[in-house]
Design a protein around this ligand. Structure first.
Ligand SMILES: Cc1cc2nc3c(=O)[nH]c(=O)nc-3n(C[C@H](O)[C@H](O)[C@H](O)COP(=O)(O)OP(=O)(O)OC[C@H]3O[C@@H](n4cnc5c(N)ncnc54)[C@H](O)[C@@H]3O)c2cc1C
Length: 285
């Protein structure tokens, strides 16, 4: 299928893009990598009056290293995130997660920020933003606001973004270099959206886990932080693993769909969590 007719606008710069959004009366869609938007337009699930292409705006494709964080621009492609040495150094868990995102052709165009804005509950990057305590900068013609990843995702394909707003950057605060991590995912075929995935970071002091973060996806309407399970693991060691896994299985609310039953997903997320926590424990220094 082909998209319905709409006006195509290639933004010259950020101000131009924000003006177009402000004047469109809520009837414009931003085109980043187009890997999720174009199928939705082709299937006529979306029918905007204006397609706002941000790909020609200079400077949006950078990963910028600051004192205590990296900042990811709205045109940073999946391939760049997957291969960037700074990401590999400070966020090896993100480099690992990127290997599960789609296929090469999609990774060449798709963007980190586009994935967050699309907010697919079975996508890796919203979960990673949640795990890494990302701060999302949202701009409009009238100003800027910062939203934490915890508050950004409202439901399947739904975020706090207003129609006249654009995500202009995502900050990922550094974690300590001694942080251990584990990432586990199960998909039927490599590159498919996952049935479930779990990402864990923690540090170890005197044989106790500290700063425990556990995020899951595929088992709820948005990616989720497992705060109760984090508390069970905190100041504990792998002796607590069964209790942590149980806390995760209690907290998730998977749905039965074409791909798997709710019970299967609940069981699966526990298995993946056990492996991810053990890997994080083992790699923490
Ligand atoms: C076959 C296939 C398999 C895939 N498998 C996976 C997978 O396994 N894991 C995974 O995570 N993803 C997967 N994807 C999705 C892929 O990662 C997309 O690239 C990503 O979800 C969207 O990024 P994009 O840059 O292409 O955004 P686009 O498609 O351009 O946009 C997506 C949405 O975000 C909005 N948007 C984009 N940028 C902004 C911005 N700066 N501010 C506000 N709104 C914005 C758009 O208006 C649109 O609503 C797959 C896609 C396909 C086609």
């Amino acid at each position: 299928m082909k998209p319905a007719a709409c006006e195509y606008v290639a933004a010259r710069d950020l101000d131009h893009a924000l003006q177009v959004l402000a004047q469109a009366g809520g009837d414009a869609k931003i085109l980043a990598g187009g890997q999720s938007l174009m199928p939705m337009l082709n299937f006529r699930l979306l029918n905007p009056a204006i397609l706002l292409d941000i790909n020609r705006i200079a400077g949006l494709d950078r990963i910028i290293v600051k004192r205590d964080m990296v900042t990811i621009g709205p045109l940073v492609r999946h391939r760049t995130t997957a291969t960037h040495p700074v990401i590999a150094k400070y966020f090896p868990i993100l480099t690992k997660a990127m290997t599960h995102v789609a296929h090469h052709t999609i990774r060449n165009r798709g963007t980190f920020v586009g994935s967050l804005c699309h907010a697919d509950p079975a996508a890796e990057l919203p979960m990673m933003a949640l795990l890494l305590n990302a701060e999302i900068e949202i701009s409009s013609a009238t100003g800027k606001r910062l939203v934490s990843a915890r508050d950004f995702f409202l439901g399947p394909l739904v975020t706090v973004l207003e129609p006249q707003e654009m995500v202009t950057s995502v900050d990922l605060p550094f974690t300590s270099s001694s942080t251990g991590w584990g990432f586990e995912e199960f998909a039927r075929r490599h590159g498919d959206y996952a049935l479930a995935a779990v990402a864990v970071t923690l540090s170890r002091r005197r044989n106790q886990a500290r700063h425990v973060r556990i995020a899951v996806m595929g088992v709820g309407e948005t990616p989720l932080r497992m705060t109760a399970a984090e508390e069970v693991m905190d100041r504990n060691n792998l002796d607590a693993l069964a209790d942590v896994v149980e806390a995760i299985r209690r907290a998730v609310k998977p749905a039965t769909d074409l791909h798997a039953s709710a019970e299967y997903r609940r069981h699966l997320v526990g298995v993946l969590a056990g492996r991810a926590i053990a890997a994080a424990w083992g790699s923490a220094q």
